[in-house]
Structure formats: C-alpha cells, structure tokens
Design a binder for this molecule. Structure first.
Ligand SMILES: [Fe+2]
Length: 290
C-alpha cells in the first residue's frame, strides 16, 4: 500500500503520514526515501519519539554527525543537538539559540557536508495563538534550472568557499565564539557551486551568502573578492525567491527532514523568552559534493 503523502502548495515540501515510532520495514523505508528525494523537505506530524527512536530512524539514512559545538549536545545522546532559546539557571542558553538566522545548508563547511537534517519539535513558541519560529526552505534544484543558460555556463566548474565561522562574525550572534581548536577543525572548504545530487543526479545551486566567502574559478584562480561576494549575493537572492520556497509553521511533535544537497533554509527568529522554542536535531553526513 502506498504511503499517504500530502504535497505542499509550494516548490517543495510534503507531509508524510507515518508513525515513526513503529517499525518501518526496508521496502517502506525505500519508498520514504523516494518521496524525500522528490519533495526535498518532508514532515511527519504528531510524532511521539524517544531520543533513541529519533536517532535510530536518522541512522538509517547514514552516519550521524556529532556537532562541533559540543556544549549543546545531549550528554547521554550526543547525536542529538539542542536548538533552543531556553536558558538554564545560570542564564546560559541550553542549545543553539539563533537556529540559523542566515540562509544556509547544514554543515556545508565540512568536507563531507550533511546529506539531511531531522529536526523534531519539542516546544514551539506562540503569540496570540499563532506559532512562531517558522523555518523557510528554498528549492535549489528549481533555482538552478531557472537560471539563464549563460549563467549556467558561467558557473560550470566553479566552486564556492564555505566558512563555518562566517556567521559568527555577525555582531549580535548569540552563538559562542569558536575556540582555536574548533577553528582548526573547520578550515575553509571549496565545494562546486553547481552540485549533482548524490542520489538523483539532479543539479542544484550550492552557495549561500551566509556561509560563502569567495569563488574559485574553473582554472583554479580565485575571483576578485568584491566580484565574488556580489555573485554569491546574487545567487543567494535568486535561490530564495518566493516561488522556490516553502515556509513550515511548526507544531509540537513535528519531525521535519530536509535535503541539504538540494535545499537551503532560514530560521525565522521572531520570538523571545518567555516564548520558548526547543528542538532536537540529528544531522546525517553525506558524500563530498561533486
Ligand atoms: Fe540549519
């Protein structure tokens, strides 16, 4: 029997009606993966998952990343990263508080960036009965396909340089400053601006203004910085045009899974304490982009 799927009225995104706390056989899982690749962002509502179930389902998609900011990992389950604005008794955030306030693709600063992320909503902030803290996703396959042919030719063989510490430069970032050891662990990395999806082969733009600091041309030379930053900003703005986007409004119990090889995303930080947001994230490692 086919898995029930409700496609969003957008360029990406679909709800899948499956209880992830139940055993999922290999055939069903393969079907789920196909739906995921077709829709780029999928979500499962009303889930009641233990940490173990969240981790076990994520592991079926690949090896899990242990995030570089260790203080926000669950001590007993370090595969789970807390994304939260909640503070402990000492007044310190218990998780990554900004949730990603620039457009990005998770762990694009890694040699082997994330295949996908799975974010599970434990607490969702509300105001006047409306949920806050939406996440917006952009379909980077559709964005690539919509580029003029001249731009596609120009981008072929080029790479963008991704830098993890880029977002930390924003003055008001609530994220902790990186230590020298963390900086050493995340050197700048160049990935193709147009990458082929590791499972479907479809081409997608893989460049974000929030993470990229330069462009390497086909001949190995670096594009002049001003020109590169302009092009990165232009491509970023192109990707996030409304017709390529889906905005997810969260409910407690949502598990949202997105494809980092073909989408970028943005957290809408429109809430503040005492409006509490608590999410559990697992991150699946992917192959090196080609
Ligand atoms: Fe993110």
């Amino acid at each position: 029997m086919a898995i029930p799927v409700r496609k969003c009225d957008a360029a990406l995104g679909a709800e899948i009606v499956v209880d992830l706390s139940r055993a999922i056989d290999d055939r069903t899982f393969t079907e789920l993966e196909g739906i995921f690749h077709d829709n780029i962002v999928v979500f499962f509502r009303d889930q009641h998952l233990t940490n173990e179930q969240h981790i076990a389902f994520s592991r079926r998609l690949g090896e899990l990343e242990i995030h570089i900011v260790k203080k926000y990992l669950l001590p007993e389950d370090p595969e789970i990263l807390l994304v939260s604005n909640i503070k402990n008794d000492a007044g310190e955030h218990i998780g990554l508080a900004d949730a990603g306030f620039t457009w990005h693709s998770d762990t694009s600063y890694r040699k082997n960036p994330s295949r996908c992320s799975l974010l599970y909503a434990k607490e969702v902030p509300h105001r006047d009965g409306k949920p806050l803290g939406d996440t917006v996703f952009a379909n980077c396959i559709a964005a690539y396909e919509a580029l003029p042919d001249a731009m596609k030719r120009r981008l072929a063989g080029t790479k963008a340089i991704h830098r993890y510490s880029m977002r930390r430069r924003v003055d008001n970032s609530p994220r902790p400053k990186l230590t020298a050891a963390q900086l050493a662990e995340t050197p700048d990395i160049a990935h193709p601006i147009v990458r082929s999806h590791p499972y479907t082969g479809r081409k997608a733009l893989y460049v974000t203004a929030g993470e990229c600091i330069g462009i390497v041309l086909r001949d190995g030379e670096q594009m002049p910085e001003d020109e590169a930053l302009d092009m990165i900003a232009e491509l970023d703005a192109h990707c996030v045009r409304p017709e390529f986007c889906y905005r997810h409004s969260w409910r407690i119990g949502d598990l949202v899974m997105w494809d980092n090889a073909s989408a970028m995303h943005l957290a809408i930080c429109d809430y503040t304490l005492p409006e509490r947001r608590l999410m559990h994230r697992t991150t699946v490692i992917g192959p090196e982009p080609i």
